[in-house]
Design a protein around this ligand. Structure first.
Ligand code: KG4
Ligand code: ZN
Length: 334
């Protein structure tokens, strides 16, 4: 089966082609960062308009990269949620239009399911069950993944997501938007022990996180004149330590030996290195996909589409709905 995946939930327009035998054949991504940068955040209406503008040419490029035509596509999957309503609608409408024209089945896919299963596109692929740490601009969740659609939320951030904390701290240092990667690059030149930032919510039991206080502590240090590189390094270290403490708890609680890192913040190198070392120490395995599969992409959407269409799932009809708020736990298994 050959599947076209379409992702437009936020500020990346992406189209991928995934073949259940040949693997990932195309992975086209257009980032809208330049459109939103001067506003310091994603402007929903501009995001939707840019998706509409870019989808047709991205489809042409994806088919060219995969060296195939629409006639060879068997199903179309699109991100149905969660995400920005207008942005989601552009991808859904594009998918439905193509599907009607070609007489193809469609399936609406959950963006976060895409993120946590993206590592299955990499070699070696993790086996079920595994612990997923989903860290993106919008989410910080620890999820027990027992199979397709069998997800248990173990803990999550009660306020800012990790990526959001990175981005807000980066903004305070004038590093632009989204500044997570830039903050991490600056941190590499700083002293990680310069400031003893809190490791929030690690002194009590449970697997939830809180990162908004850390951002406030960063603002205070900057106001006190601590060099940005030291603030960045100490902040990154505090985030990593906090995540590691909760991951160890979650591994002990579930008895899982495999850890999968997903979402945009999974691109963070010190975090990857630390988790790789942790899993080695425990005799387990750490999995993280290459960066292009960690940040928003359509390959993960095409993959989940193939898995679910493969078990007979498809949208009920042509009319479409998007689900800007859609809890991952509401998903059913394949
Ligand atoms: O998953 P993603 O592409 O978009 C969603 O939020 O859905 O994640 C983007 C987030 C942003 O907050 C960005 O600053 C962060 O991932 N990010 C990083 C790094 N690369 C991207 N954060 C820390 N270190 C990085 N190297
Ligand atoms: Zn995402």
């Amino acid at each position: 089966m050959r599947v076209l995946g379409i992702e437009t939930s936020c500020d990346e327009t992406a189209i991928a082609v995934y073949d259940t035998t040949a693997g990932l054949l195309a992975n086209q991504i257009h980032s809208q960062t330049a459109v939103h940068a001067r506003f310091g955040g994603v402007v929903p209406e501009l995001a939707a308009r840019d998706h509409v503008l870019k989808l047709p040419s991205l489809l042409t490029q994806a088919l060219a990269e995969a060296d195939c035509s629409l006639a060879q596509i068997d199903a179309i999957g699109y991100t149905q949620g969660p995400g920005l309503q207008g942005a989601l609608m552009t991808g859904a409408a594009f998918a439905k239009g193509l599907a009607v024209a070609r007489g193809l089945p469609t399936l609406g896919i959950h963006h976060l399911e895409g993120h946590i299963l993206a590592p299955l596109l990499d070699q070696p692929a993790p086996e079920f069950p595994f612990l997923a740490l989903l860290v993106s601009g919008g989410h910080t969740q620890l999820i027990a993944v027992r199979g397709l659609g069998a997800y248990e939320l173990l803990g999550e951030s009660i306020d800012d997501a990790v990526g959001e904390a990175f981005d807000k701290s980066a903004k305070l240092m004038g590093l632009g938007y989204p500044g997570g990667a830039a903050l991490s690059a600056l941190a590499a030149q700083g002293d990680r022990t310069a400031i003893a930032f809190p490791r929030p919510m690690t002194d009590r039991p449970g697997l939830d996180f809180s990162f908004s206080g850390l951002k406030t502590a960063v603002a205070l240090s900057i106001a006190q004149g601590v060099p940005h590189r030291d603030v960045a390094a100490s902040f990154e270290q505090a985030v990593i330590d906090t995540l590691v403490i909760k991951i160890i708890r979650a591994l002990n609680q579930t008895g899982f030996e495999r850890l999968v890192l997903a979402g945009g913040v999974a691109a963070n190198r010190p975090l990857r290195a630390r988790l790789a070392a942790l899993m080695k120490e425990r005799g387990g395995l750490a999995f993280y996909p290459p960066t292009v599969l960690c940040t928003d992409n359509a390959a993960m959407i095409a993959l989940v589409t193939a898995l679910r269409v493969g078990t007979g799932q498809r949208d009920a009809g042509s009319p479409f709905t998007v689900r800007p708020r859609w809890p991952l736990m509401a998903l059913e298994s394949g």
